[in-house]
Design a binder for this molecule. Structure first.
Ligand code: DAK
Length: 260
């Protein structure tokens, strides 16, 4: 996969996607959104990929938002189109059949913060900063910020960030539950890879079921969501991996999962 705005690397069962526009602090332009879509469509079809990590090129920024130079020239119709396309990409990442880990190396602002929230796990360097500064541009977020942020950190804290447009440090983001793991910049990628390889060793069919159960259930009333869980639990009970996992526990050995 060759892209102008992304670098893709394979490391065993891991795919590492780097947003590569360091001169613009990795801001996502229209091409980057289109390439992210192509990239994740291809990774979704690649059966060797069990987990993906997404990060930003350089030391300063993960993604400093949507590309403001493009937004400046947009009218209402173009804005709606861009928001629609961007949301398709981020919702696709959220619904991937394997986990996507954001390794946040610097600024995660606007669309960058929204990208981290579409991922399943967020690991951040203590140099990273998070924020939804759209209000400073006379805008509301266009890629899920008004919806995923309150779901992740609660309505009060989300409205604080959305209405003030202020940035918070990675440490604050960690304390608020926006970040799962806090590391030094030097340890960021190793930490993300360690989490990724740990998940890659699990049963990929159980991982897929887990992601689907949470993704489908979170938008349903609890009684219906519990039924979704029942179906996934029933499915997992019929897999070879469940037989292997329970047998390995009783035989006091490491399980060897096959993903079926
Ligand atoms: N877009 C384009 N270029 C950007 C950029 C961005 N988001 N962020 C930074 N850059 C560019 C700068 O213009 C500068 O370019 P040169 O002047 O060197 O050519 C270069 O990156 C380095 O940035 P700075 O010189 O500003 O670096 P500093 O360390 O001084 O400041 C900063 C770093 C991150 C605090 C600052 O760059 C900054 O405030 N950046 C903007 C952050 C921001 O507001 N991001 C956008 C959030 S809004 C929509 C859908 C979605 C959205 C909007 C509309 N529709 C569907 C219509 C959402 C948009 C967002 O994401």
């Amino acid at each position: 996969m060759n892209f102008e705005t992304l670098l893709i690397e394979k490391d065993g069962p891991m795919a590492i996607v780097t947003v590569n526009r360091p001169k613009a602090l990795n801001a996502l332009n229209i091409l980057a959104f289109a390439e992210l879509k192509k990239c994740f469509e291809a990774l979704r079809e690649d059966e060797t990929v069990r987990v993906a990590i997404i990060t930003g090129a350089g030391e300063k920024s993960f993604v400093a938002g949507a590309d403001i130079t493009e937004i400046a020239a947009m009218d209402m119709a173009a804005g709606r189109d861009l928001s629609y396309r961007g949301n398709i990409v981020f919702s696709m990442i959220e619904a991937m059949p394997f986990p996507v880990i954001a390794a946040v190396n610097g600024f995660a602002l606007g669309g960058g913060c929204e990208l981290t929230m579409a991922c399943h796990i967020r690991v951040a360097s203590d140099k990273a900063k998070f924020g939804q500064p759209e209000i400073n541009l006379g805008l509301t977020p266009g890629y899920g910020g008004t919806q995923r942020l309150p779901r992740l950190i609660g309505r009060g804290r989300a409205l604080d960030l959305l209405l003030t447009g202020r940035m918070i440090t990675a440490k604050e983001a960690f304390e608020w539950g926006l970040v799962n793991y806090l590391t030094t910049p030097e340890e960021l990628m190793d930490t993300a890879k360690k989490i990724a390889s740990g998940i890659a060793e699990k049963s990929s069919s159980a991982v897929r079921s887990m992601l689907e159960a949470v993704h489908t259930g979170i938008n349903l009333p609890l009684d219906q969501a519990i039924q979704v869980e029942v179906q996934h639990f029933a499915y997992c009970n019929g897999t070879e991996d469940k037989n292997e996992g329970t047998r390995a526990f009783m035989e006091k050995r490491k399980p060897e999962f096959k993903g079926r």
